[in-house]
Design a protein around this ligand. Sequence first.
Ligand code: OAD
Length: 243
Amino acid sequence: MPLSFPRPAIYILHMRNIVILTGAGISAESGIATFRGPGGLWEGHRVEDVCTPEALARDAALVHRFYDLRRAALETVVPNAAHQALARLDREWAGELLIVTQNVDDLHERAGARRMLHMHGELRSALCANCEERRSWAGTLPPGSVCPACGAAALRPDIVFFGEMPYQMERIEAALAQADLFVSIGTSGAVYPAAGFVRLASHYGAATLELNLERSEGSAWFEETRLGPAGVLVPAWVDAVLG
Ligand code: OAD
């Protein structure tokens, strides 16, 4: 039988370690399209056409242009109330905190969050397919751009494509193993390994909470689900946690 959240006050008093997973839904109110929107298209493209190693090998120009446009679009958006609330939690929460985002935008850090990582890469980063060095990148990234580190014409968008290993999995799993509370915000629960974090966190004894516009695919695994826009739910939850 799922427990209701918050757990008994004594539990909250002892709560120290929080792990938060965010997805496209947290940036929706900033004007960034989610992945599985109407028709299942991402900005008019099937994810498989712009987010796989095969797509990059087949049509590098299309894939690079697609992420160039997404990178440029970051100039037109700003963090919303949900990003701001998590940044406040980061500043004020004295315990351990890790915000793991699947998002490739930079709205968490622009809001001021620091204890965070991008498990699916970053639009404002380029990855060398030859030496694997990652570097900050602004502006367009044409196919064949030369890596300053190794000299190979092999820079590509620093996006974790389907079939590739997400970043920092060991650090994430270690944080989940220590978590007292796992919170999932704005993600459909359709993409692994992130979709499996709730079960891992539960296995290690964490309380689990989902904040989403609608029930995610893994909703049944959470002790509690709160439905609504992240811009409303997240600030209310952070207020409650910081008490
Ligand atoms: P999805 O587009 O799959 O899911 C977004 C979720 O956010 C859905 O469950 C929506 O109901 C919810 N949502 C939409 N608007 C919201 C709002 N205002 N407030 C709260 N929730 C809202 O995006 P992700 O789950 O992030 O991978 O997708 C996971 C991964 O699939 C992405 O990181 C990306 C994609 O392929 C890579 O790029 C490697």
